[in-house]
Design a protein around this ligand. Structure first.
Ligand SMILES: Cc1cc2nc3c(=O)[nH]c(=O)nc-3n(C[C@H](O)[C@H](O)[C@H](O)COP(=O)(O)O)c2cc1C
Length: 165
């Protein structure tokens, strides 16, 4: 049976929701990362991701300036760091260093990979548009990497208020 519901109530049933980290680099070399739930694959030839990134995010500014970024799938043991990346803005903070996570050079972009992530995708900005109130960024994957340990599994958001497990 179905009943009419406000959109907030219906969207409240969407969990578990995937979460990724968008890794970027600031002009002074600081590594920044933000948590993103509004993400999907929108092409497989060429491979492309779409990210919904709100206007205040430092990440949006860095992607617009550098035209490149890395998408990392955080592992289950990165809940604390992902919450940090997802609740603190990077304009005045060295989020990469403060997270304590290890970053390693990428192959084709000047943005590092998250060393212990489940997988990393090096992306070049293709386009940005705004069908509603949220800027949507499309990136083409130019290189991808997987963790050699296949038992490392992805972190997901299990509910409102960021229940990361
Ligand atoms: C689990 C989770 C999912 C999130 N999903 C999004 C999202 O899809 N889009 C968005 O703009 N912000 C999202 N956020 C909030 C941003 O990660 C947050 O505003 C972050 O501090 C921005 O960092 P920055 O300013 O350093 O780029 C999410 C946060 C969490 C914890």
């Amino acid at each position: 049976m179905q009943k009419p519901a406000k959109i907030e109530e219906a969207w409240g049933r969407k969990y578990p929701e995937q979460v990724v980290l968008a890794v970027t680099k600031a002009p002074d070399g600081r590594i920044n990362a933000m948590a993103i739930g509004w993400v999907c694959i929108v092409s497989d030839d060429p491979p492309m991701f779409l990210l919904g990134i709100d206007d205040p995010a430092f990440t949006l500014e860095l992607i617009r300036n550098n035209k490149e970024f890395v998408i990392a799938y955080p592992s289950k043991d990165m809940a604390e760091e992902t919450l940090y990346f997802g609740t603190v803005h990077g304009h005045k903070e060295d989020k990469g260093a403060k997270s304590g996570l290890k970053f390693i050079p990428a192959e084709k972009v000047d943005v590092p990979l998250l060393a212990d992530a489940v997988a990393n995708f090096e992306c070049k900005l293709v386009t940005e548009y705004r069908p509603g109130n949220c800027p949507l960024v499309v990136g083409e994957v130019v290189a991808s990497h997987v963790n050699t340990d296949e038992s490392v599994s992805r972190l997901v958001n299990c509910g409102k208020g960021y229940q990361l497990k």
